[in-house]
Design a protein. Sequence first.
Lengths: 300, 178
Amino acid sequence: MLQPFVLEEPTSIHEAVALRARYGATAGLYAGGTELLLTMKEGLLRYERLVNIKLIPELAGLALEDGALHIGAITTHRRLERSPVVRTYFSTMAEMAAHVANVRVREVGTLGGNLCFAEPHADPGTLLLVYDASVALAQQGGTRMLALEQFFVGPFEVALADDEILTAIRVPALPAHTAAAYLKYGLLERPSVGVAVAVTARPDQVQEVRIAVGCVGPTPRRLRDVESLLSQKDLPEVRATLDAAGALAGSAADAVTDLHGSAEYKSYLVGVLLRRAFERAYQQAIGGDTGDAARGSGTA
Amino acid sequence: MTDDRAHHGTVTGQVLSIRVTVNGHVHDVLIEPYLTLIELIRDRLGLTGTKKSCDMQVCGACTVLLNGRPVSACTMLAFEARNAALLTIEGMAQGETLHPIQEAFIEHGGLQCGFCTPGMILAAKALLEETPAPTEEEVKHYMRGNLCRCTGYKRIIESIMVAARRLAQTHNPGALEA
């Protein structure tokens, strides 16, 4: 049973930010509801108002613009999973989206909602970090762009002001000779560990490695110290360093013990998944002419 | 669409008037904005075939189709059904004639206690609308959010594979059964 609230239904960004300015933290943003309603049913969050932003056409776009994927905030996981543009040019993202929770959550849950809710045990944020994604945040005065890395502040906490809304996510295409991979593991509905890697490589020569780890600690994060261990090296050297890099990644991920596993267990898995994700992305980077690893596996 | 009917007795005074087509029948209902879809379906419309179990969008027992898309009625606001076509298990059969998916579940033992079955049938319908000839792997992937504690899933998957072949024949009677 949900506690009563008043529903507001703006039909433009202009109206939505005006409502945010007027009601601040007493109004919750409703973009998908899959996480929000669970929390509200438990009585852990209570709002006087919900602002339904699903009726705002400006938030629904999904398109390639200047070499980047523009994803409107209310784009569902399911749409990312099935979109021909995403499947062709950002196939690792389509593959990741196809494995978020279950199909009902994917039909309703949105990327903007997922990122703003910042539940630590989530997939999209981790992968988007290795794409160097950024978010567009609108308020009455205008819109600012913020790197996703700066957007994540803590568990359930992001750098979204009470008078702002997230309108879009910008995902730059990977550079040439680069592929991304995302691997996760978990025994419950939500993952215990998620590791994303993007590798820029020529055969036997690794130029750049980007690494992000999620679910294990308070927020998804880039591990730049580990990245520099593996970048600008020939392949045998990288492979010889992977175990040490995995161990460093495990400790740098700031793992916490919770229902999804002990900190020690999660740190160990970070290393395992990092090695596997590196190999997968490397093979795709040197083999394919597209910028993305992991071809989509669904139909249609 | 907002209307302040005090006699309706909501705390906030806000009442929404929505039109929803439920199993082919048009309903005009007055609802509170915080009413969940499963409360609308079970408590207001009296359609108790939709089951509430985990209440957290994990088990799939409350799966219904909104404009053909599978959703968890437990964790969705009822107003989202505004101007939509809602399909519950009560809408699957045509009079006394069961839907081919229902027939297949019965013939192939795709249920035991039956509590998860309405959700299973509706999720299977959404799958087969989208992917009429799925592989077994595709069935497993699509159905992984619908939990059954009785059957062990083998017979559910078989039932869906059989239903897919029958539906393909219905749509294309000349085709041979695989």
